[in-house]
Design a protein around this ligand. Structure first.
Ligand code: GLA
Length: 374
């Protein structure tokens, strides 16, 4: 059963009536362009078929009740409440809409999700974006699609308190089926890039390392701060504006490595776009692998499970492989021949067993639709 059907069923079960509607938003993988969003750079995510769904109806007064299929818990809150835990992603959407001067109707919501939690596939962004889409529709608010990622990002930054960029929410809202989303995180200009790997006999395999996220929050903030310091030393607004020759002007080796990742990663996104535009899908593999090496050696956000998964996938014949998302655990994506998906997944599982790591999960990722009514 889809997440939408389950959210719908849960609503009927709890309230004995039909919801007004069901809305859903996807998780994502980022093909390339990691830790570039908060440097005003480029990203290239696509949406997963895995979605978080919200069934809802409106209440006559401004209060909200949200029930999670996962925990069975119902959290109730009013406009001025500060909510913690998973429901913060729901309360934060109400908060940001109200803060923007919108009248948000009270609502009862039920949530079900197929996006793996804590795997770096943007389960929290999918929840924020599903709730945002639901409330915008329920209230009939006139908020252009292009403006919505920024609102959802503010839920994360200003309500939940995590200093993430705009990648995840943009992917969840703006991606379309069959395409990757090329986005300039400074201008917020986007372009849908056709990404039909199947036509070329290729596939993207997602490997969830299931490695526990350790210190991810603090380390993420530290990477971001280092990038901002490097930009300040160079006298530019963001590392987006720096070129490799600038690296000589930085005060210490750590900043050089952090900045080198951001600068070279932006170029790899542009190079990937060039190749995709001319249908040279296989040739993006080396760029993916170079991205991983940069994230491992210069940006230092990988963990052994991510590195082992990449090496095992490449050894088993992947054209390229890299971690995707923030790092410190989470997933690897590998570009593989479609008929080799199982071989590569098995090779990674074998390597994990040899290293004494937990068994990884694997699935084939097809570029899917962004948020909308379900
Ligand atoms: C996390 C953040 C994003 C982005 C990536 C790294 O997913 O939420 O904003 O910075 O890490 O590319």
């Amino acid at each position: 059963m889809t997440a939408a059907a389950r959210a719908h069923g849960l609503f009927q079960h709890l309230y004995g009536i039909e919801p007004v509607g069901v809305w859903a938003a996807p998780g994502r993988v980022n093909l390339i362009g990691e830790h570039t969003d908060y440097n005003d750079g480029f990203v290239l995510p696509f949406a997963l078929p895995h979605r978080t769904a919200v069934a809802a109806d409106v209440l006559p007064e401004q209060r909200w009740a949200v029930t999670s299929e996962l925990t069975g818990e119902t959290v109730e809150f009013t406009l001025d409440a500060k909510v913690d835990g998973w429901a913060a992603y729901v309360a934060g959407v109400v908060w940001v809409l109200a803060e923007q001067g919108h009248r948000v109707p009270g609502a009862r919501l039920t949530v079900a999700s197929d996006v793996p939690i804590g795997s770096g596939l943007s389960s929290s962004a999918s929840l924020e974006c599903a709730v945002l889409t639901a409330l915008v529709d329920l209230a009939g608010l006139d908020i252009p699609i292009a403006d919505r990622p920024r609102l959802a990002q503010r839920v994360e930054n200003d309500y939940v308190g995590v200093p993430t960029g705009i990648l995840d929410q943009s992917a969840s809202i703006l991606c379309t089926a069959g395409n990757a989303l090329f986005m300039d995180c400074r201008s917020l200009r986007t372009e849908q890039i056709p990404f039909d790997l199947a036509a070329d006999g290729l596939a993207i395999l997602v490997i969830d390392t299931r490695a526990p996220h350790q210190h991810a929050g603090g380390e993420y903030a530290a990477r971001r701060a280092a990038c901002e310091q490097a930009a300040a030393e160079l006298g530019v607004a963001a590392l987006r504006d720096a070129v490799p020759a600038d690296l000589d002007r930085l005060s210490d080796d750590l900043l050089v490595r952090r900045a080198r990742h951001a600068i070279t990663e932006n170029q790899r996104v542009l190079d990937t776009i060039e190749l995709l535009r001319s249908g040279r899908h296989r040739e993006i593999g080396p760029l993916m692998t170079a991205s991983h090496a940069s994230l491992r050696d210069d940006f230092e956000v990988t963990v052994p499970e991510l590195d082992v998964a990449v090496t095992a996938a490449l050894t088993a014949g992947a054209y390229g492989a890299r971690m995707t998302g923030g790092g410190f655990g989470g997933c690897v994506i590998a570009l593989v021949d479609a008929d080799r998906v199982d071989n590569v997944a098995d090779a990674v599982a074998k390597a994990f067993a040899e290293h004494g790591f937990a068994e990884p999960a694997a699935f084939k990722a097809v570029p899917s639709a962004g948020a909308g009514a379900a």
